[in-house]
Each structure stands twice: as structure tokens, then as C-alpha cells.
Design a protein. Structure first.
Length: 624
């Protein structure tokens, strides 16, 4: 089998995992301003090899607000819906908090009834991309597609259709998602095209927000589906690790240099939601339920106007990076705090190349401490407490706030800094087990090799309970997913599944359940999900199916059973309480406090905790 290259771009480091001749290896390189440069530095290979990619190109474009100017063509009278939005407030008790401004200006919104005048009306002054989103295109996309055909024949700008991007009901969400995808299209398309030109591999797939893989060419047309491309890889890998070890409930905890991503996995499987919100913006595309916060190793400590210590969301990134990197950074970060408190040994070379300087970290922390009336080490401990509080809240938001008890789950910790904070967070949440997987520092890149090629289809159907058309419609949608997979990958999928969004009649929102079987099966699953999520059900109320979804998936390039580290060649190596992970044999038990270091990350074993090395190289911590 040809070698497989998986590259995941983060805000601070770009991670690469290579599977060649049955051996897995991983490494990090600093992320560059032009992400493609770091990708090229990380990757290698020939045209016969496979390339799998997780990218933050779409995410960064959205967060930095430097996407394309968009022209919107929509149904007459609905030009301002993108601005009216839903009448909920981002912060109920903060009158100064507001929704982000729309991604399309008022003068760039046009009604679709201009007839022959439409084409010249959408001139070059109205933006770099045209989004077309008509009110009823989820029912009949014909008019929308005709407008798209006219626009594409008359000019060279990309045209993004709602019927391709978000073919479901709810007009605001459909329009907002289409505009967001259009806003991201040029940057994502340019980035992937630049990689296309220089990568030697002919077979290239990119991770979507749903945790599936699609070809570069398709991703360029569906830019909104890449917003969670990077974090999705880690969640996929955490689910695979949990299943392998028999854990049905997992909280994945990915702490990198710029952000922390958390996700809940129940029943051993990742639930794909119909959409998510990023930076306050609706993005209704299939997505893993990943929550991202601005807390990472590079998060900067600062003092707010009230004199309180804060950490993040701003990050020092790769350049200049934390003060300890010695690359020009002068602001204190979480990495500096971990170094000064002894949680990172100064001898560790992050990514194998970045050496650390404790004096530089102390100097940066002393400057911040002077404004707080604290010493450098006190400031470091304070920063870690604040960062841990942010991450604890994120983990609670995907567990406790969704009706799930974190004490029933294991915490799978990875990323460059995940193993450093996992034990303390697990104690805060009352969890008993932490697992730090092999290649933990580049685990999200490993997840790209554990993901499956995927094709999604969705249709709004609005079927009342008992409607006999359900079985026929569900079969048609599953067949559509099968056909889309074949068209995309020129292969037959391993399996096709279907699900549906159900609600009690009169409810505003739905819950997604497995779509197999008949109405009795659907209702039973829905009521169980409703009871688990909201604490009650209504057995006498009728239900309705709003949307039916079909998903076709292929085989993942790699199974967790094939993930095997090289066995250590000698006795376990330990210096001053710091263990070298590569030297630890399966079955070894270590009582905390202790540190376990590897090239790309550090694991902290808390006092009273016990670490055991499992057969696949996973470090399992049992908390006491």
C-alpha cells in the first residue's frame, strides 16, 4: 500500500502523521503565515501516495473577517432577512452585546425578480462572489438553479446556490449559510488550488466539519463545510480510541497552541449535528458537536480594566510565540506558566526543534505580575487556574448542559498541551479515568487517517406521524446519498445510513434520530432522545418528521487496531521524575506526581493518580 500522509494545520504548529510500511510516525513544524508553506514543509511523498488534510483556512478567514465581498440574490422582500435574523439576543442581560454584522452589505442585496435586468445588475461592483438563496428553493430548486446558470454564463465570479449548500427549510438559516459559504469560497479555493499546484500526491482529500473526507475539488465549492475541518480530526480519533478500549462515553479534549476543542461522544459514535454556530454566525452544514474556545498553550495573560487576571482568547501563535520560545515574544502565555511552575521541563524541545527558556518566561510573567501585585510564580499559578476554569466550562457545556454526566465518561486528552491539564480538569469534573493516546501531540492529524470518505444528502419533507410516504422518501434519499458518493469518489460506499429530524407538532426545533424502521421505531427513539435531552416527554402528543438525511460512507484508510507504537528497546528511562514516553513498556505503572515527555507533548500525572501503559501505547490515568 502506498504511504499515507495526514497534515493538520493549527494556529501554532502544523502536525503531520505518516503511515508507511505499517509504521506510524508523527512530527510538528511551526505554522507559517501562508499555511501552504508549512504543509509543504511537513509533507513529502510521490504522486502515488495519499494526502489527507485538516485545515483552518476557512476558520481563520471567518474569524479574521477577511473573506470575500458577497452579492446576494434572494426572493423579493427578503433582501434584509440576513440582517433581521432571529430575534434572540447573544447575551440576554448585556445590552451592549450584539450579533455580528451581516456578511453582505445592504447595497449588495438584489431581488430575484429583475428578469433580464438581473445579469447586468449583478456587476463587478457588487462583490467577488454571488450567493443565490430563494425563499422556497428547498421545495423546488429549479428557479434558483436557472438563476445560477444565467449568472455563471455571464461572468467568471463563483456562484454559490442555497440548494447546494443548505437544501433545508428555515429561510434565515439557509440564506445565512449560503452567504457564509460564499464569503469563504475564494480564500478556501485559492488555498486548496495552491496546494494542488505543489503537492506531488494526486489523491488528495480534506476533512469536513462532519468528520468525513471529500476531494479538494468538491471542498472548494462547499467552503462552509470546512469551518471545523481541523478539530473534527481529533474528535474522530478520540471516538476510535474509546471504541477500541470499550468506552461508550468519551469527552475529547484537544488543547493546542491557540485553542481548545472539546466534544462529547456517546454510545461509541460521533453524532453529526445539522449545523453549528461559529463566531456568532449560523453555519447549517453537517457538523460534529465540537466546541472551540480561545484557550491554548499560546493564550496570552493580561489584566482587564477592573484589575482582574484574564487569559486568552488572544494567542501569541507560532510567531512570535510564547516568551519561552525565544522568538521575540514578550507577553506571558500558558506555556510560559507551565514552564515556570515545573509542569514542562526546560530541556523539552517542542516539536523537536523549539527550545525553551525559563528566564525569558519568568521575565514575561514578572511584568504581568507587577500589575497584579504578584510574583512571577504566583502569576503563573493564577494563569493556569484561569485557563483551567475556561476549559472546565467548555467540557461542562458539552456534557452537563446537554444532560450527560461527565462522571460516566473517560477524558481523552491530546494536542500539545492536553496531557498537561487533563488530570486537573478530570478531578474538577469528578471523572475517574484519563486516556492520553499515542502520538497525542499530533492526534488530530492521526484522526484524518481514521476518518471515512463521506457524502451527505438532506431533504425537508414535513411528514405527519403515520404518513405512509416516509418509507419511500427515506429510501429515495438514501439512494441519492449512494449516487452522490459514487459521483464524488468513483467507488461504491461501504454503507448507507439514514436519519431524520423529528419534533412534537408545534415545536420550533427538532432532534435527530436514526431513521431506520417505521413510525413506531421513530417515535420510540425520539421520545428517548427528548427525555434524555430535556428531562421529559409527551407520550400523547403527535410528532412529525421535518427532514430526512442520507449518509454514504466508505472505508477509513486506517483502523485503530492497526495503531501500534514501536516497542521500547530497553529499560524505562526516568530523570528527576521525568519519564521518556518512548521508553515505557506496556503494563508499566507509575504513581504521581510525575511527568511523561515525548517529542510533541507532555503528560502530567497528578499526586495520588496512577498511570498505566496499555498495549497500544495509550497512557491511562486512574484518578484517586
Amino acid at each position: 500500500m502506498a504511504p499515507l500522509f495526514a497534515v493538520d494545520v493549527g494556529g501554532t504548529f502544523t502536525d503531520v502523521v505518516v503511515l508507511s510500511e505499517g509504521r506510524l510516525s508523527g512530527r510538528k513544524v511551526p505554522t507559517t503565515a501562508d499555511q501552504s508553506e508549512a504543509v509543504l514543509a511537513a509533507a513529502g511523498g510521490t504522486e502515488e501516495d495519499f494526502f489527507f488534510h485538516g485545515t483552518t483556512s476557512a476558520t481563520n478567514t471567518l474569524l479574521q473577517g477577511n473573506g470575500a465581498r458577497v452579492a446576494l440574490v434572494t426572493s423579493p422582500g427578503f433582501e434584509d432577512l440576513i440582517e433581521i435574523a432571529r430575534q434572540d439576543r447573544p447575551s440576554l442581560y448585556d445590552s451592549s452585546a450584539d450579533r455580528p454584522s451581516p456578511l453582505v452589505e445592504r447595497e449588495d442585496r438584489l431581488p430575484s425578480d429583475l428578469g433580464e435586468r438581473l445579469l447586468p445588475s449583478v456587476d463587478d461592483s457588487l462583490g467577488e462572489v454571488v450567493a443565490v438563496a430563494l425563499l422556497d428553493s428547498h421545495v423546488d430548486p429549479g428557479a434558483e438553479r436557472e438563476i445560477g446558470r444565467l449568472l455563471r454564463s455571464g461572468q467568471t465570479r463563483p456562484v454559490v446556490l442555497a440548494s447546494d449548500v443548505s437544501p433545508e427549510f428555515r429561510e434565515y438559516e439557509r440564506i445565512a449559510t449560503t452567504v457564509l459559504s460564499a464569503h469563504l469560497t475564494p480564500s478556501v479555493a485559492d488555498y486548496l488550488a495552491s496546494l494542488d499546484e505543489v503537492l506531488p500526491m494526486r489523491r488528495r482529500l480534506v476533512m469536513t466539519s462532519a468528520g468525513g473526507l471529500i476531494p479538494f475539488a468538491q471542498a472548494s465549492r462547499l467552503a462552509g463545510r470546512l469551518v471545523l475541518s481541523g478539530p473534527a480530526g481529533g474528535a474522530v480519533a478520540a471516538a476510535a480510541l474509546g471504541r477500541h478500549h470499550g468506552h461508550q462515553h468519551v469527552l475529547s479534549f484537544d488543547m493546542g497552541g491557540t485553542s481548545t476543542d472539546v466534544c462529547r461522544i456517546s454510545g461509541g459514535e460521533l453524532a453529526v449535528a445539522p449545523g453549528h454556530t461559529v463566531a456568532g454566525r449560523v453555519n447549517r452544514v453537517p457538523s460534529l458537536p465540537v466546541k472551540t474556545i480561545g484557550a491554548g498553550g499560546g493564550s496570552v495573560g493580561w489584566v482587564d480594566a477592573g484589575g482582574a487576571l484574564r487569559v486568552g482568547p488572544r494567542s501569541a501563535g507560532a510567531i512570535p510565540g510564547p516568551a519561552a520560545y525565544g522568538l521575540g515574544g514578550v507577553e506571558p502565555t500558558v506555556t510560559d506558566a507551565n514552564l515556570v511552575t515545573g509542569r514542562i521541563p526546560e530541556s523539552l524541545a517542542l516539536g523537536g526543534s523549539v527550545t525553551l527558556s525559563e528566564p525569558a518566561a519568568l521575565e514575561a510573567l514578572s511584568g504581568l505580575g507587577a500589575r497584579l501585585g504578584l510574583g512571577a510564580k504566583e502569576t503563573a499559578h493564577g494563569m493556569l487556574e484561569v485557563a483551567d476554569s475556561h476549559m472546565e466550562h467548555a467540557l461542562r457545556s458539552v456534557s452537563v448542559e446537554e444532560g450527560a454526566d461527565p462522571r460516566e465518561a473517560v477524558l481523552v486528552a491530546f494536542g500539545g498541551a492536553g496531557g498537561l491539564h487533563a488530570s486537573r480538569l478530570a478531578h474538577r469534573l469528578g471523572m475517574s479515568t484519563v486516556m492520553v493516546p499515542p502520538l497525542s501531540g499530533v492526534f488530530s492529524a492521526l484522526g484524518l487517517l481514521l476518518a471515512t470518505p463521506r457524502a451527505d444528502v438532506a431533504r425537508t419533507v414535513m411528514l405527519a406521524e403515520g404518513d405512509s410516504r416516509y418509507a419511500k422518501m427515506a429510501s429515495e434519499i438514501a439512494a441519492d446519498a449512494l449516487e452522490r458518493y459514487r459521483d464524488t469518489f468513483t467507488a461504491t460506499p461501504d454503507g448507507v445510513s439514514r436519519s431524520c429530524d423529528i419534533r412534537y407538532v408545534g415545536q420550533s426545533h427538532e432532534l435527530e434520530v436514526d431513521g431506520a424502521g417505521g413510525w413506531e421505531d421513530l417515535r420510540r427513539r425520539f421520545e428517548a432522545a427528548h427525555l434524555a435531552r430535556f428531562g421529559f416527554d409527551r407520550v400523547d402528543e403527535p410528532v412529525e418528521v421535518v427532514n430526512i438525511r442520507g449518509v454514504a460512507t466508505g472505508a477509513a484508510p486506517l483502523a485503530w487496531a492497526d495503531v501500534r507504537p514501536d516497542p521500547p528497546g530497553g529499560s524505562p528511562v526516568m530523570h528527576d521524575g521525568v519519564w521518556e514516553r518512548e521508553s515505557l513498556p506496556a503494563g508499566l505503572a507509575i504513581d504521581g506526581p510525575a511527568l511523561v515527555t515525548e517529542t510533541n507533548s507532555v503528560t502530567l500525572v497528578g499526586e495520588g493518580d496512577r498511570l498505566t501503559v496499555l498495549e497500544d501505547g495509550t497512557l491511562e490515568m486512574t484518578l484517586r
